[in-house]
Write a protein that binds this ligand. Structure first.
Ligand SMILES: Cc1cc2nc3c(=O)[nH]c(=O)nc-3n(C[C@H](O)[C@H](O)[C@H](O)COP(=O)(O)O)c2cc1C
Length: 390
């Protein structure tokens, strides 16, 4: 059998592109409008250089850390993504991979697998919530996550609903019916590996959202859930503080780009924030998160755990984020490419690449531990950082 190991995330992406139907691959690319932010998330990491040492390097390197109360073996977590149809085992495969590699994950409230199944695969799972419905519904969803044993809550607020893409959006059906399967057939039959994997499991992607219903309702379709979300009044900071008061444990707000909002999050009592622009899927033109991190970390890094997500594709990116003040990073598309290319083993492969990349950077920079990383390890071009708000 062919060796399915891949040597970089870019290789995994190419394999995922070959293996997945075009509509599924396109849903993972996502992005907004002209794709300025998606590109900047990646390009900004490339603008940063390293200042390596050559002699006196450390024979051992340490990268274990603790995030939101969980001990993790590397400073890389799985970011919550609401994607369907990439793999029959979906988020359960991702959870198993994260557990096998000793790290934590966020489970999207728009995920394809129920929180109970994912928790059973990885107890280090945080449940991610959007602000959908009223406070009673939010509390009921949280209660379900608590009963399932969720290790923490992630609240994501940076979403603005609209946005076409200049490169075109994939067709996502309301439901996977027989007619829809026929319509998708031409793109799926050219992907035999993908097709076989679903046939072997005897299921078709059902495109429902099992973590959103409360009070014994049936799982809504993706678009049904999306519609309810669009009709919900967006959360205020008082709502965030209220939600936080309902959860006795680690609590993250994901989607902070501004210094003034990082401070509001601290005031709302959160334990962690992720500096995030939703992977370039929200307002196009938002700067890369790595440009925003230094000022936010300086402002609130001694009061809450500061994480970053957006554009992380290799261990060196992780090291750059840590040197600029992040405690850890979350990855999105990187593991989705791994999942698309080779299921659970592909996600493990991506986490292994992150680990070996971090290790190589620590060695080259002459450090014994991620705790020793500072901006002195990097070469930042003039005017690299951006400070938004306050
Ligand atoms: C296809 C896709 C679906 C996503 N769904 C969610 C989601 O349901 N909840 C959420 O908080 N973030 C979601 N995100 C954002 C990711 O959690 C993360 O912020 C982003 O992917 C990081 O950028 P990266 O993909 O460059 O690593 C999604 C991102 C992608 C690409």
């Amino acid at each position: 059998m062919a060796n399915k190991w891949f040597e970089t995330v870019a290789v995994a992406q190419r394999r995922a592109k070959r293996r997945l139907p075009a509509s599924v691959y396109g849903a993972l690319i996502a992005g907004a409008e002209a794709g300025v932010t998606i590109r900047d998330n990646i390009d900004a990491f490339s603008e940063i250089g390293f200042a390596p040492k050559t002699a006196g390097l450390s024979a051992t390197r340490e990268m274990a850390t603790r995030v939101m109360g969980q001990d993790i073996s590397l400073p890389v977590l799985i970011s919550p993504t609401g994607v369907q149809a990439v793999h029959p085992d979906g988020e359960v495969a991702v959870a198993r991979a994260a557990a096998a590699r000793g790290t934590a994950m966020g489970l999207s409230s728009f995920a394809s697998k129920p929180v109970e199944e994912v928790m059973a695969a990885n107890p280090k799972t945080f449940f991610q919530m959007y602000w959908v419905g009223d406070r009673d519904e939010m509390a009921a969803r949280m209660e379900r996550a608590r009963a399932a044993g969720a290790a923490g809550i992630i609240v994501t607020l940076d979403w603005s609903f609209s946005f076409g893409r200049d490169w075109g959006s994939p067709r996502i059906p309301e439901k996977m019916t027989f007619q829809e399967m026929l319509r998708q057939a031409p793109s799926v039959v050219t992907r035999p590996g993908y097709l076989y994997q679903w046939l072997r499991n005897g299921v078709v992607p059902d495109l429902t959202v099992p973590n959103l219903p409360v009070g014994g309702q049936e799982a809504p379709t993706f678009f049904g859930a999306y519609g309810q979300w669009m009709q919900t009044t967006p959360a205020s900071w008082e709502d965030v503080a209220w939600l936080r008061s309902q959860w006795d444990g680690p609590f993250m707000v994901k989607g902070i780009t501004r210094v003034d909002e990082a401070k509001r999050a601290v005031d709302a009592g959160v334990s962690a924030i992720s500096v995030s622009n939703h992977g370039g899927n929200n307002l196009d033109g938002t700067p890369a998160t790595i440009r925003l991190l230094p000022d936010i970390a300086t402002a609130v890094g001694d009061q809450v755990e500061v994480l970053l997500d957006g554009g992380v594709r290799r261990g060196g990116d992780v090291v750059k984020a840590l040197a600029l003040g992040a405690r850890a990073v979350l990855i999105g598309r990187a593991y989705l490419w791994g999942l698309g290319a080779n299921g659970q083993a592909g996600v493990e492969n991506v986490l292994d690449l992150m680990r070996s990349g971090i290790d190589a950077c620590l060695l080259g920079l002459g450090h014994q531990s991620i705790a020793e990383l500072t901006p002195d390890d990097l070469v930042l071009p003039p005017g690299f950082t951006r400070r938004l708000g306050g």
